[in-house]
Design a protein around this ligand. Structure first.
Ligand SMILES: *[C@@H]1O[C@H](CO)[C@@H](O)[C@H](O)[C@H]1NC(C)=O
Ligand SMILES: *[C@@H]1O[C@H](CO)[C@@H](O)[C@H](O)[C@H]1NC(C)=O
Ligand SMILES: *[C@@H]1O[C@H](CO)[C@@H](O)[C@H](O)[C@H]1NC(C)=O
Ligand SMILES: *[C@@H]1O[C@H](CO)[C@@H](O)[C@H](O)[C@H]1NC(C)=O
Length: 393
């Protein structure tokens, strides 16, 4: 329930700067040059401190230029702290060390749920016949689930309470990753919720994730109140505002990336302390910002920037669309699986829409392997349709 107080950008916006009143005859040439030069300097300094957000300043340039506007302003080289140097070197080394090749590479499916998984029967159908190529992990935050599929029996990990929107959500993701990493055959890690369904058959999902060297982590720049507006300067100096990103939490991660998440304490602590509901009057949700920002800082080209889990925000409400039984049809699933562009919408008043082709190894591919949010009442229809929609790819 991510309700948040309305707050307005622009409070900090630059006061309109009017030129000083002119007095005829008084201004000599050098004076107006000095005034002009200082105005330009002030503009540069002010735009560096307050990069353009909702203001019309962006419109001077084309929309795409706008984002890089602050990048051609001078960047000050900062001396890194001991802890940062240590962190950077650990991350760099892990990224530069090729992962140990497994003879039996598996995908770890990691489920974050409250209790039982409504779609276990559907996942059972998805997994059947592929034994040995996957592992299941379940983080159930409120008690032991009842299982309907043998693949899920005894796959719960030690779990803890999860409060939506707080760091405990990130903690549960880290707990799942840590447990899944214990099996050296797990090469790719998929985080799923209890309202997620598979959109493709197992082989398609396996090949899509296994034969790529990137992680599908959602990460985009949202200059609006629900993006950069949630940034706190307490995160400085390690996390600068220009690196602060947003993205849905439902990731898939290659093994190296899962390991660097385990190795990080520095950035995790910054988000734990300064990205939380009610921080300086702003509701910041660590699960929507920590990983998108962390990977943007440390391996921007190693992540796809979109999530392979589809969700429909087109109703523009506080919550994405929940699919009911009456919504389920082969056409709906066909529509979702045929999407080849990812869409991000900013939270500014003008709601800028950013469309990006889902490129993978130079090829434009369908974007999605999974989808949410499906209500439990859709289970039977999904099972009836499963063979139909997954074979027609
Ligand atoms: C993801 O976004 C970052 C930041 O905008 C960019 O540097 C990176 O190249 C993007 N990654 C891919 C694979 O396009
Ligand atoms: C992934 O592989 C492609 C092609 O082999 C290569 O160009 C690219 O640099 C690799 N990316 C990463 C993040 O390793
Ligand atoms: C599928 O997409 C088509 C074309 O955009 C649209 O007209 C139709 O309503 C969609 N159907 C479903 C069930 O979403
Ligand atoms: C699945 O496809 C078959 C053949 O096209 C069709 O006869 C059947 O009705 C479909 N099943 C559902 C549940 O739509």
């Amino acid at each position: 329930m991510k309700l948040s107080k309305a707050w307005r950008l622009g409070v900090k916006d630059v006061e309109p700067m009017l030129p000083p009143p002119r007095h005829r005859g008084q201004s000599k040439k050098p004076t107006w040059i000095i005034v002009l030069v200082s105005l330009v300097c002030m503009f540069l300094v002010v735009s560096y401190i307050y990069p353009p957000q909702t203001s019309g300043a962006c419109n001077i340039f084309s929309a795409s230029r706008c984002q890089t506007f602050s990048s051609w302003l001078p960047t000050f080289i900062r001396e890194l702290s001991d802890e940062e140097i240590a962190s950077h070197i650990v991350i760099k080394n892990i990224l530069n060390t090729p992962p140990i090749e497994s003879k039996n590479p598996k995908i770890a499916f990691m489920f974050l749920c409250v209790r039982s998984l409504p779609f276990e029967k559907l996942w059972d159908k998805f997994l059947q016949g592929h034994e040995g190529r996957f592992s299941i992990y379940i983080h159930a935050s409120k008690g032991k689930p009842i299982h309907t599929s043998p693949y899920f029996v005894n796959r719960e990990i030690h779990s803890d309470k999860v409060e939506w929107g707080t760091i405990s959500m990130v903690d549960s993701e880290k707990r799942l990753l840590a447990n899944a990493l214990k099996d050296p055959d797990n090469q790719h890690f998929v985080l799923l919720s209890d309202s997620c369904i598979p959109l493709r058959d197992f082989d398609y999902v396996y090949n899509y994730l296994m034969y790529t060297n990137i992680s599908f982590i959602d990460s985009f720049s949202d200059p609006g109140p629900h993006g950069s507006g949630r940034y706190s300067e307490h995160m400085l100096p390690e996390v600068e505002k220009r690196f602060f990103k947003k993205g849905a939490q439902w990731f898939t991660m290659k093994r190296q990336h899962a390991v660097i998440v385990m190795a990080d304490n520095l950035y995790y602590t910054k988000f734990k302390e300064y990205c939380k509901p009610g921080m300086d009057g702003v509701n910041c949700y660590a699960d929507e910002h920590y990983l998108p920002t962390f990977f943007n800082m440390h391996d921007p080209n190693g992540i796809a920037n979109w999530s392979v889990t589809h969700v429909d925000w087109s109703e523009r409400k506080w919550h994405p669309k929940s699919y009911e039984k009456k919504d389920i049809s082969e056409q709906l699933l066909k529509n979702i699986t045929s999407i080849t562009e990812s869409v991000h919408v900013t939270s500014e008043e003008r709601k800028e829409t950013m469309i990006m082709p889902c490129l993978w190894n130079g090829l434009n591919r369908p974007c999605y392997l999974f989808a949410r949010k499906f209500l439990p009442e859709t289970l039977d229809s999904m099972i009836d349709l499963f063979s139909n929609y997954t074979t027609k790819t």
